[in-house]
Ligand binder design. Structure first.
Ligand code: DUC
Ligand code: ZN
Ligand code: ZN
Length: 499
Protein backbone atom coordinates (compact mmCIF):
# COMPACT_ATOMS: atom_id res chain seq x y z
CA UNK A 1 0.00 0.00 0.00
CA UNK A 2 1.35 3.44 -0.86
CA UNK A 3 0.92 6.94 0.45
CA UNK A 4 1.55 8.97 -2.63
CA UNK A 5 0.58 12.50 -1.74
CA UNK A 6 2.43 15.40 -0.16
CA UNK A 7 1.20 16.57 3.24
CA UNK A 8 -0.44 19.99 3.59
CA UNK A 9 -0.73 20.54 -0.14
CA UNK A 10 -4.28 21.78 0.26
CA UNK A 11 -4.11 23.57 3.63
CA UNK A 12 -5.73 26.77 2.42
CA UNK A 13 -8.89 25.21 1.05
CA UNK A 14 -12.17 24.71 2.81
CA UNK A 15 -13.97 21.69 1.47
CA UNK A 16 -17.68 20.97 1.57
CA UNK A 17 -16.87 17.46 2.69
CA UNK A 18 -13.74 15.61 3.71
CA UNK A 19 -13.43 11.85 4.03
CA UNK A 20 -10.50 11.29 6.33
CA UNK A 21 -8.19 8.39 7.13
CA UNK A 22 -9.71 5.82 4.83
CA UNK A 23 -8.07 3.20 2.66
CA UNK A 24 -8.82 4.39 -0.86
CA UNK A 25 -8.89 1.93 -3.74
CA UNK A 26 -9.20 2.46 -7.47
CA UNK A 27 -8.92 -0.16 -10.19
CA UNK A 28 -5.14 0.29 -10.30
CA UNK A 29 -3.98 1.28 -6.81
CA UNK A 30 -4.70 1.27 -3.09
CA UNK A 31 -3.49 4.00 -0.71
CA UNK A 32 -4.23 5.80 2.57
CA UNK A 33 -5.48 9.34 2.04
CA UNK A 34 -8.05 11.96 2.83
CA UNK A 35 -10.40 13.08 0.09
CA UNK A 36 -11.52 16.69 -0.22
CA UNK A 37 -14.79 17.41 -2.01
CA UNK A 38 -16.02 20.76 -3.24
CA UNK A 39 -18.97 21.66 -5.49
CA UNK A 40 -19.74 18.00 -6.06
CA UNK A 41 -16.27 17.12 -7.33
CA UNK A 42 -13.25 15.39 -5.86
CA UNK A 43 -10.87 18.34 -5.61
CA UNK A 44 -8.06 16.96 -3.46
CA UNK A 45 -6.55 13.65 -2.46
CA UNK A 46 -3.83 13.80 0.18
CA UNK A 47 -2.94 14.11 3.86
CA UNK A 48 -3.84 16.96 6.26
CA UNK A 49 -6.07 18.57 3.71
CA UNK A 50 -7.38 21.30 5.97
CA UNK A 51 -10.87 22.38 6.93
CA UNK A 52 -14.18 21.06 5.71
CA UNK A 53 -17.80 21.84 6.54
CA UNK A 54 -18.41 18.13 7.19
CA UNK A 55 -15.90 15.40 7.95
CA UNK A 56 -16.52 11.68 7.67
CA UNK A 57 -14.01 9.55 9.53
CA UNK A 58 -13.28 6.48 7.40
CA UNK A 59 -10.63 4.94 9.64
CA UNK A 60 -10.79 1.15 9.20
CA UNK A 61 -13.07 1.53 6.17
CA UNK A 62 -12.57 1.17 2.44
CA UNK A 63 -13.26 4.26 0.36
CA UNK A 64 -14.24 3.11 -3.13
CA UNK A 65 -15.75 4.68 -6.24
CA UNK A 66 -19.53 4.42 -6.19
CA UNK A 67 -20.70 1.35 -8.07
CA UNK A 68 -22.21 1.68 -11.52
CA UNK A 69 -24.99 -0.79 -12.22
CA UNK A 70 -24.97 -1.15 -15.99
CA UNK A 71 -27.66 -3.76 -16.58
CA UNK A 72 -30.99 -3.48 -14.79
CA UNK A 73 -34.65 -3.25 -15.72
CA UNK A 74 -36.40 -0.43 -13.89
CA UNK A 75 -39.95 0.79 -14.54
CA UNK A 76 -39.86 -1.11 -17.81
CA UNK A 77 -42.68 -2.97 -19.52
CA UNK A 78 -41.66 -6.37 -20.83
CA UNK A 79 -42.67 -7.41 -24.33
CA UNK A 80 -45.67 -9.17 -22.73
CA UNK A 81 -46.68 -5.90 -21.08
CA UNK A 82 -45.63 -6.73 -17.50
CA UNK A 83 -44.27 -3.77 -15.55
CA UNK A 84 -41.27 -4.36 -13.30
CA UNK A 85 -41.96 -4.11 -9.58
CA UNK A 86 -39.38 -1.34 -9.14
CA UNK A 87 -39.83 2.18 -10.35
CA UNK A 88 -37.03 4.73 -10.47
CA UNK A 89 -37.47 5.51 -6.80
CA UNK A 90 -37.36 2.03 -5.28
CA UNK A 91 -34.89 0.80 -7.89
CA UNK A 92 -32.44 3.64 -7.29
CA UNK A 93 -32.80 3.47 -3.50
CA UNK A 94 -32.11 -0.26 -3.55
CA UNK A 95 -29.12 0.29 -5.86
CA UNK A 96 -27.73 2.94 -3.50
CA UNK A 97 -28.04 0.65 -0.46
CA UNK A 98 -26.06 -1.86 -2.51
CA UNK A 99 -23.13 0.52 -2.98
CA UNK A 100 -24.08 2.14 -6.29
CA UNK A 101 -24.17 5.78 -7.29
CA UNK A 102 -25.16 5.37 -10.93
CA UNK A 103 -27.54 3.20 -12.93
CA UNK A 104 -27.94 2.40 -16.60
CA UNK A 105 -31.36 0.75 -17.05
CA UNK A 106 -33.06 0.10 -20.37
CA UNK A 107 -35.47 2.26 -22.34
CA UNK A 108 -37.36 -0.37 -24.31
CA UNK A 109 -38.73 0.20 -27.78
CA UNK A 110 -41.69 -2.04 -28.51
CA UNK A 111 -42.60 -2.56 -32.13
CA UNK A 112 -44.18 0.45 -33.79
CA UNK A 113 -42.79 2.94 -31.26
CA UNK A 114 -40.65 5.93 -32.17
CA UNK A 115 -37.31 6.00 -30.40
CA UNK A 116 -37.64 9.62 -29.28
CA UNK A 117 -41.01 8.88 -27.69
CA UNK A 118 -39.50 5.90 -25.89
CA UNK A 119 -36.61 7.95 -24.55
CA UNK A 120 -38.93 10.78 -23.49
CA UNK A 121 -41.08 8.32 -21.52
CA UNK A 122 -38.07 6.98 -19.63
CA UNK A 123 -36.73 10.48 -18.90
CA UNK A 124 -40.18 11.28 -17.55
CA UNK A 125 -40.07 8.17 -15.35
CA UNK A 126 -36.55 8.66 -14.03
CA UNK A 127 -36.16 12.43 -13.60
CA UNK A 128 -38.57 13.00 -10.69
CA UNK A 129 -37.74 9.78 -8.85
CA UNK A 130 -34.15 8.60 -9.13
CA UNK A 131 -32.03 9.27 -6.03
CA UNK A 132 -28.80 8.52 -7.91
CA UNK A 133 -27.47 9.46 -11.34
CA UNK A 134 -28.56 7.47 -14.36
CA UNK A 135 -28.33 7.01 -18.09
CA UNK A 136 -30.21 4.61 -20.38
CA UNK A 137 -29.44 1.91 -22.90
CA UNK A 138 -32.03 1.69 -25.63
CA UNK A 139 -33.63 -1.64 -26.60
CA UNK A 140 -34.26 -1.80 -30.35
CA UNK A 141 -36.95 -4.23 -31.48
CA UNK A 142 -38.17 -2.53 -34.64
CA UNK A 143 -35.21 -1.51 -36.82
CA UNK A 144 -37.06 0.12 -39.72
CA UNK A 145 -35.07 2.35 -42.10
CA UNK A 146 -36.58 5.40 -40.40
CA UNK A 147 -35.51 4.11 -36.97
CA UNK A 148 -31.98 3.31 -38.10
CA UNK A 149 -31.22 6.23 -40.37
CA UNK A 150 -33.08 9.09 -38.74
CA UNK A 151 -34.18 8.27 -35.19
CA UNK A 152 -31.10 6.45 -33.90
CA UNK A 153 -28.54 9.19 -34.72
CA UNK A 154 -30.69 11.69 -32.81
CA UNK A 155 -30.79 9.42 -29.75
CA UNK A 156 -27.03 8.96 -29.77
CA UNK A 157 -26.56 12.73 -29.96
CA UNK A 158 -28.52 12.88 -26.71
CA UNK A 159 -25.89 10.84 -24.89
CA UNK A 160 -27.52 7.41 -25.10
CA UNK A 161 -24.65 5.62 -26.80
CA UNK A 162 -25.49 1.94 -26.35
CA UNK A 163 -28.41 -0.28 -27.24
CA UNK A 164 -29.49 -3.85 -26.74
CA UNK A 165 -30.87 -6.26 -29.31
CA UNK A 166 -32.43 -9.67 -28.72
CA UNK A 167 -31.78 -12.83 -30.74
CA UNK A 168 -34.77 -14.49 -29.07
CA UNK A 169 -38.31 -13.66 -27.82
CA UNK A 170 -40.97 -13.44 -30.54
CA UNK A 171 -41.81 -9.79 -29.88
CA UNK A 172 -38.23 -8.56 -29.62
CA UNK A 173 -36.15 -10.79 -31.87
CA UNK A 174 -34.09 -9.26 -34.66
CA UNK A 175 -32.87 -11.47 -37.48
CA UNK A 176 -29.33 -11.56 -38.85
CA UNK A 177 -29.91 -8.99 -41.56
CA UNK A 178 -31.52 -6.64 -39.06
CA UNK A 179 -28.56 -7.19 -36.72
CA UNK A 180 -26.16 -6.26 -39.51
CA UNK A 181 -28.18 -3.15 -40.25
CA UNK A 182 -28.19 -2.14 -36.58
CA UNK A 183 -24.50 -2.91 -36.13
CA UNK A 184 -23.56 -0.93 -39.23
CA UNK A 185 -25.40 2.07 -37.80
CA UNK A 186 -23.62 1.57 -34.46
CA UNK A 187 -20.26 1.54 -36.24
CA UNK A 188 -21.05 4.78 -38.06
CA UNK A 189 -22.42 6.50 -34.96
CA UNK A 190 -19.84 5.40 -32.37
CA UNK A 191 -22.32 3.32 -30.38
CA UNK A 192 -22.08 -0.05 -28.67
CA UNK A 193 -24.42 -2.93 -29.52
CA UNK A 194 -25.33 -5.14 -26.56
CA UNK A 195 -26.68 -8.56 -27.45
CA UNK A 196 -28.97 -11.03 -25.70
CA UNK A 197 -27.53 -14.07 -27.42
CA UNK A 198 -29.71 -17.20 -27.43
CA UNK A 199 -30.85 -19.22 -30.44
CA UNK A 200 -34.62 -18.77 -30.67
CA UNK A 201 -35.32 -21.88 -32.74
CA UNK A 202 -33.48 -24.17 -30.32
CA UNK A 203 -35.41 -22.72 -27.37
CA UNK A 204 -38.74 -23.15 -29.16
CA UNK A 205 -37.84 -26.70 -30.22
CA UNK A 206 -36.86 -27.71 -26.69
CA UNK A 207 -39.89 -26.03 -25.14
CA UNK A 208 -42.29 -27.77 -27.49
CA UNK A 209 -40.71 -31.17 -26.81
CA UNK A 210 -40.85 -30.65 -23.04
CA UNK A 211 -44.43 -29.38 -23.02
CA UNK A 212 -45.60 -32.18 -25.34
CA UNK A 213 -44.28 -34.65 -22.77
CA UNK A 214 -45.97 -32.75 -19.93
CA UNK A 215 -42.79 -31.32 -18.43
CA UNK A 216 -44.33 -28.01 -17.45
CA UNK A 217 -42.90 -27.08 -14.04
CA UNK A 218 -40.62 -24.02 -13.62
CA UNK A 219 -37.43 -26.10 -13.38
CA UNK A 220 -37.81 -27.27 -16.99
CA UNK A 221 -37.14 -23.70 -18.05
CA UNK A 222 -33.46 -24.48 -17.37
CA UNK A 223 -33.55 -27.33 -19.92
CA UNK A 224 -35.49 -25.37 -22.50
CA UNK A 225 -32.65 -22.86 -22.97
CA UNK A 226 -29.75 -25.25 -23.67
CA UNK A 227 -26.13 -24.18 -23.37
CA UNK A 228 -25.67 -24.68 -27.11
CA UNK A 229 -28.40 -22.09 -27.77
CA UNK A 230 -26.25 -19.52 -26.01
CA UNK A 231 -22.94 -20.44 -27.59
CA UNK A 232 -24.41 -20.68 -31.11
CA UNK A 233 -25.91 -17.21 -30.79
CA UNK A 234 -22.79 -15.69 -29.25
CA UNK A 235 -20.75 -17.11 -32.11
CA UNK A 236 -23.19 -15.71 -34.66
CA UNK A 237 -23.39 -12.27 -33.04
CA UNK A 238 -19.60 -12.00 -32.84
CA UNK A 239 -19.20 -13.24 -36.41
CA UNK A 240 -21.53 -10.47 -37.61
CA UNK A 241 -19.90 -7.73 -35.52
CA UNK A 242 -16.33 -8.68 -36.38
CA UNK A 243 -17.25 -9.01 -40.07
CA UNK A 244 -17.84 -5.24 -40.16
CA UNK A 245 -15.55 -4.43 -37.18
CA UNK A 246 -17.93 -2.76 -34.77
CA UNK A 247 -17.93 -3.08 -30.97
CA UNK A 248 -20.28 -5.57 -29.35
CA UNK A 249 -20.99 -6.57 -25.76
CA UNK A 250 -22.54 -9.94 -25.02
CA UNK A 251 -24.72 -9.53 -21.95
CA UNK A 252 -25.51 -12.01 -19.17
CA UNK A 253 -23.25 -14.86 -20.31
CA UNK A 254 -24.02 -18.08 -18.45
CA UNK A 255 -21.83 -20.69 -20.13
CA UNK A 256 -18.14 -21.43 -20.40
CA UNK A 257 -18.60 -22.36 -24.07
CA UNK A 258 -19.98 -18.86 -24.71
CA UNK A 259 -17.23 -17.25 -22.66
CA UNK A 260 -14.56 -19.05 -24.68
CA UNK A 261 -15.91 -17.58 -27.91
CA UNK A 262 -15.68 -14.11 -26.36
CA UNK A 263 -12.16 -14.80 -25.07
CA UNK A 264 -11.00 -16.01 -28.48
CA UNK A 265 -12.42 -12.93 -30.23
CA UNK A 266 -10.67 -10.67 -27.72
CA UNK A 267 -7.44 -12.63 -28.17
CA UNK A 268 -7.77 -11.99 -31.89
CA UNK A 269 -7.98 -8.26 -31.18
CA UNK A 270 -11.67 -7.77 -31.88
CA UNK A 271 -13.86 -5.16 -30.21
CA UNK A 272 -15.79 -7.66 -28.11
CA UNK A 273 -16.81 -7.33 -24.45
CA UNK A 274 -18.46 -9.81 -22.11
CA UNK A 275 -20.77 -9.49 -19.14
CA UNK A 276 -21.85 -11.99 -16.53
CA UNK A 277 -24.13 -11.70 -13.52
CA UNK A 278 -24.17 -12.96 -9.90
CA UNK A 279 -26.89 -15.53 -10.57
CA UNK A 280 -24.51 -17.52 -12.78
CA UNK A 281 -21.86 -17.52 -10.03
CA UNK A 282 -23.97 -18.07 -6.91
CA UNK A 283 -27.02 -20.08 -8.06
CA UNK A 284 -27.65 -23.16 -10.14
CA UNK A 285 -30.57 -25.07 -11.65
CA UNK A 286 -30.98 -27.18 -8.48
CA UNK A 287 -32.34 -24.00 -6.85
CA UNK A 288 -35.32 -24.36 -9.21
CA UNK A 289 -36.22 -27.87 -8.06
CA UNK A 290 -38.91 -26.72 -5.65
CA UNK A 291 -42.52 -27.74 -4.99
CA UNK A 292 -45.48 -26.21 -6.81
CA UNK A 293 -44.58 -22.95 -8.55
CA UNK A 294 -41.78 -21.91 -6.17
CA UNK A 295 -39.10 -22.57 -8.78
CA UNK A 296 -40.56 -19.65 -10.77
CA UNK A 297 -38.64 -17.34 -8.49
CA UNK A 298 -35.45 -18.62 -10.13
CA UNK A 299 -36.58 -18.43 -13.77
CA UNK A 300 -34.29 -16.15 -15.73
CA UNK A 301 -32.88 -16.14 -19.24
CA UNK A 302 -30.32 -17.40 -19.93
CA UNK A 303 -31.18 -19.89 -17.19
CA UNK A 304 -29.23 -21.08 -14.18
CA UNK A 305 -26.83 -23.91 -15.07
CA UNK A 306 -24.98 -26.29 -12.72
CA UNK A 307 -22.30 -26.21 -10.02
CA UNK A 308 -19.45 -26.83 -12.47
CA UNK A 309 -20.72 -23.99 -14.58
CA UNK A 310 -20.68 -21.62 -11.57
CA UNK A 311 -16.96 -22.30 -11.11
CA UNK A 312 -16.29 -21.79 -14.81
CA UNK A 313 -18.04 -18.43 -14.76
CA UNK A 314 -16.00 -17.41 -11.70
CA UNK A 315 -12.85 -18.34 -13.57
CA UNK A 316 -13.84 -16.27 -16.59
CA UNK A 317 -14.47 -13.31 -14.31
CA UNK A 318 -11.06 -13.79 -12.69
CA UNK A 319 -9.20 -14.09 -15.98
CA UNK A 320 -10.77 -10.98 -17.52
CA UNK A 321 -12.98 -12.66 -20.13
CA UNK A 322 -15.83 -10.73 -18.52
CA UNK A 323 -15.13 -7.06 -18.04
CA UNK A 324 -18.64 -6.33 -16.87
CA UNK A 325 -20.43 -7.78 -13.85
CA UNK A 326 -24.05 -6.61 -13.59
CA UNK A 327 -27.09 -7.64 -11.63
CA UNK A 328 -29.55 -7.91 -14.56
CA UNK A 329 -32.05 -6.84 -11.90
CA UNK A 330 -35.42 -7.75 -13.47
CA UNK A 331 -37.85 -7.54 -10.56
CA UNK A 332 -41.02 -9.56 -11.08
CA UNK A 333 -42.89 -10.38 -7.90
CA UNK A 334 -44.05 -13.92 -7.19
CA UNK A 335 -47.68 -13.03 -7.89
CA UNK A 336 -50.06 -12.06 -10.67
CA UNK A 337 -48.24 -8.74 -11.30
CA UNK A 338 -45.03 -10.55 -12.18
CA UNK A 339 -43.92 -14.17 -12.29
CA UNK A 340 -47.49 -15.50 -12.32
CA UNK A 341 -49.03 -12.94 -14.69
CA UNK A 342 -50.34 -15.74 -16.91
CA UNK A 343 -52.23 -17.52 -14.12
CA UNK A 344 -51.59 -19.38 -10.87
CA UNK A 345 -49.98 -22.42 -12.53
CA UNK A 346 -48.48 -21.40 -15.86
CA UNK A 347 -46.19 -23.62 -17.89
CA UNK A 348 -42.51 -22.65 -17.60
CA UNK A 349 -42.78 -20.85 -20.97
CA UNK A 350 -45.23 -18.30 -19.51
CA UNK A 351 -43.31 -17.30 -16.38
CA UNK A 352 -41.80 -13.81 -16.38
CA UNK A 353 -38.05 -14.10 -16.80
CA UNK A 354 -35.67 -12.35 -14.45
CA UNK A 355 -34.25 -12.16 -10.95
CA UNK A 356 -33.90 -9.26 -8.53
CA UNK A 357 -30.39 -8.42 -7.33
CA UNK A 358 -29.53 -4.75 -7.66
CA UNK A 359 -28.72 -4.40 -3.93
CA UNK A 360 -26.89 -7.70 -3.54
CA UNK A 361 -24.65 -7.55 -6.66
CA UNK A 362 -21.70 -5.80 -5.01
CA UNK A 363 -21.92 -7.24 -1.47
CA UNK A 364 -21.90 -10.76 -2.97
CA UNK A 365 -18.79 -10.01 -5.01
CA UNK A 366 -17.06 -8.22 -2.14
CA UNK A 367 -17.67 -11.07 0.30
CA UNK A 368 -17.20 -14.09 -1.94
CA UNK A 369 -14.81 -12.57 -4.47
CA UNK A 370 -12.55 -10.09 -2.73
CA UNK A 371 -12.61 -11.33 0.88
CA UNK A 372 -12.25 -14.96 -0.22
CA UNK A 373 -9.27 -13.94 -2.37
CA UNK A 374 -10.75 -14.92 -5.69
CA UNK A 375 -10.13 -11.36 -6.92
CA UNK A 376 -8.13 -8.38 -5.63
CA UNK A 377 -9.70 -5.27 -4.17
CA UNK A 378 -8.65 -3.38 -7.30
CA UNK A 379 -10.32 -5.95 -9.51
CA UNK A 380 -13.43 -5.59 -7.36
CA UNK A 381 -13.41 -1.83 -8.06
CA UNK A 382 -12.86 -2.45 -11.76
CA UNK A 383 -15.92 -4.72 -11.87
CA UNK A 384 -18.00 -2.50 -9.60
CA UNK A 385 -17.45 0.72 -11.51
CA UNK A 386 -14.32 1.46 -13.52
CA UNK A 387 -14.66 -0.97 -16.41
CA UNK A 388 -18.24 0.01 -17.03
CA UNK A 389 -17.43 3.71 -16.86
CA UNK A 390 -14.88 3.25 -19.65
CA UNK A 391 -16.85 0.84 -21.82
CA UNK A 392 -20.08 2.86 -21.67
CA UNK A 393 -18.54 6.34 -22.03
CA UNK A 394 -18.94 7.61 -18.46
CA UNK A 395 -15.30 7.92 -17.43
CA UNK A 396 -15.16 11.69 -17.93
CA UNK A 397 -17.40 11.88 -14.84
CA UNK A 398 -17.38 8.59 -12.94
CA UNK A 399 -15.71 5.29 -12.13
CA UNK A 400 -12.64 6.29 -10.09
CA UNK A 401 -11.51 8.39 -7.17
CA UNK A 402 -9.58 10.99 -9.10
CA UNK A 403 -9.31 14.76 -8.77
CA UNK A 404 -11.84 16.42 -11.06
CA UNK A 405 -14.29 13.50 -11.16
CA UNK A 406 -17.74 13.48 -9.58
CA UNK A 407 -17.51 12.80 -5.85
CA UNK A 408 -19.41 9.50 -6.12
CA UNK A 409 -18.08 7.39 -3.29
CA UNK A 410 -19.08 4.28 -1.39
CA UNK A 411 -17.53 3.74 2.04
CA UNK A 412 -17.45 0.04 2.85
CA UNK A 413 -17.16 -1.63 6.23
CA UNK A 414 -15.13 -4.74 5.37
CA UNK A 415 -15.97 -6.43 8.68
CA UNK A 416 -19.72 -5.97 8.85
CA UNK A 417 -21.55 -9.31 8.62
CA UNK A 418 -25.21 -9.53 7.63
CA UNK A 419 -27.49 -12.28 6.45
CA UNK A 420 -29.28 -11.42 3.23
CA UNK A 421 -33.02 -11.36 3.67
CA UNK A 422 -35.71 -9.86 1.46
CA UNK A 423 -37.14 -7.87 4.38
CA UNK A 424 -33.93 -5.87 4.71
CA UNK A 425 -33.61 -5.04 1.02
CA UNK A 426 -35.04 -1.83 -0.38
CA UNK A 427 -36.46 -3.00 -3.69
CA UNK A 428 -40.16 -3.69 -4.19
CA UNK A 429 -39.68 -7.44 -4.17
CA UNK A 430 -40.94 -9.87 -1.56
CA UNK A 431 -38.18 -12.42 -2.22
CA UNK A 432 -34.48 -12.56 -2.97
CA UNK A 433 -32.84 -15.58 -4.54
CA UNK A 434 -29.97 -15.12 -2.04
CA UNK A 435 -32.16 -15.40 1.09
CA UNK A 436 -30.18 -16.68 4.08
CA UNK A 437 -26.65 -16.14 2.69
CA UNK A 438 -24.27 -14.61 5.21
CA UNK A 439 -22.19 -11.85 3.65
CA UNK A 440 -19.19 -10.05 5.09
CA UNK A 441 -18.54 -6.48 3.99
CA UNK A 442 -21.29 -3.98 3.23
CA UNK A 443 -21.37 -0.40 2.02
CA UNK A 444 -22.28 1.95 4.88
CA UNK A 445 -22.05 5.48 3.53
CA UNK A 446 -22.94 6.46 -0.03
CA UNK A 447 -22.05 9.85 -1.45
CA UNK A 448 -23.26 11.23 -4.76
CA UNK A 449 -21.60 14.35 -6.17
CA UNK A 450 -20.57 15.26 -2.63
CA UNK A 451 -24.02 14.78 -1.08
CA UNK A 452 -24.69 12.02 1.40
CA UNK A 453 -27.24 9.58 -0.02
CA UNK A 454 -27.07 6.96 2.76
CA UNK A 455 -25.65 7.19 6.27
CA UNK A 456 -26.56 5.32 9.48
CA UNK A 457 -28.58 2.89 7.39
CA UNK A 458 -30.90 5.79 6.50
CA UNK A 459 -31.70 7.33 3.15
CA UNK A 460 -30.72 11.01 3.13
CA UNK A 461 -31.33 11.76 -0.53
CA UNK A 462 -34.71 12.67 -1.90
CA UNK A 463 -36.59 11.79 -5.06
CA UNK A 464 -35.13 13.45 -8.11
CA UNK A 465 -31.66 14.07 -6.66
CA UNK A 466 -30.21 11.86 -9.41
CA UNK A 467 -29.28 13.47 -12.73
CA UNK A 468 -29.23 12.14 -16.26
CA UNK A 469 -25.63 11.63 -17.40
CA UNK A 470 -24.84 12.32 -21.04
CA UNK A 471 -22.50 9.52 -22.14
CA UNK A 472 -19.65 9.80 -24.63
CA UNK A 473 -19.33 7.77 -27.80
CA UNK A 474 -17.68 4.38 -27.41
CA UNK A 475 -13.88 4.40 -27.39
CA UNK A 476 -12.23 1.14 -28.47
CA UNK A 477 -8.67 2.44 -28.59
CA UNK A 478 -6.34 -0.52 -28.11
CA UNK A 479 -8.77 -3.00 -29.66
CA UNK A 480 -7.61 -3.07 -33.27
CA UNK A 481 -10.23 -5.28 -34.94
CA UNK A 482 -10.41 -5.45 -38.73
CA UNK A 483 -13.16 -5.67 -41.29
CA UNK A 484 -13.47 -8.90 -43.28
CA UNK A 485 -11.15 -9.04 -46.34
CA UNK A 486 -14.16 -8.84 -48.67
CA UNK A 487 -14.92 -5.40 -47.22
CA UNK A 488 -11.33 -4.22 -47.32
CA UNK A 489 -10.41 -2.42 -50.53
CA UNK A 490 -6.85 -3.79 -50.37
CA UNK A 491 -8.24 -7.29 -50.83
CA UNK A 492 -11.44 -6.88 -52.83
CA UNK A 493 -10.50 -5.44 -56.24
CA UNK A 494 -10.73 -1.98 -54.69
CA UNK A 495 -14.44 -2.06 -53.97
CA UNK A 496 -15.21 0.71 -51.46
CA UNK A 497 -17.93 -0.12 -48.95
CA UNK A 498 -19.61 2.79 -47.25
CA UNK A 499 -20.32 2.37 -43.55
N1 DUC B 1 -32.95 -10.66 -20.52
C1 DUC B 1 -32.52 -9.77 -19.66
O1 DUC B 1 -31.57 -9.04 -19.96
N2 DUC B 1 -33.07 -9.65 -18.47
C2 DUC B 1 -34.16 -10.40 -18.04
C3 DUC B 1 -34.64 -11.40 -18.99
C4 DUC B 1 -33.95 -11.45 -20.27
O2 DUC B 1 -34.28 -12.23 -21.13
ZN1 ZN C 1 -31.41 -10.31 -21.97
ZN1 ZN D 1 -31.55 -7.84 -18.50
Amino acid sequence: MISKFIDNKYDMKTFDLKISDGTVANATETFHADIGIKDGLITAIGKNLGKAKKVINADGKLVLPGGIEAHCHIEQESSSGIMTADDYYSGSVSAAFGGNTCLIPFAAQHRGQKLQNVLDVYHHRARPKSVIDYSFHLIISDPTDEVINIELPAIIDQGVTSFKVYMTYDKLIVNDSQMLKIMTAAKKLGALTMVHAENNAMINWMSEKLLNSSYKAPKYHALSHPRAAESEAINRAITLSTFIDTPILIVHVSTESGARIIAKARYDGHKVFGETCPQYMFLNAKNMDLPEMDGAQFCCSPPLRDKASQEEIWRCLQNGTFQVYSSDHAPYRFDETGKLHAGKKPTFTKIANGLPGIETRLPLLFSEGYLKKRITLNHFVALAATNVSKIYGLDHRKGSITEGKDADIAIWNPKLKKVITADDLHDNMEFTPYEGMEITGWPEIIIQRGNVVIEDNTLKATRGDGEFIHRKKIDCTGMPGRVAPELNSKHNFDVKFEF
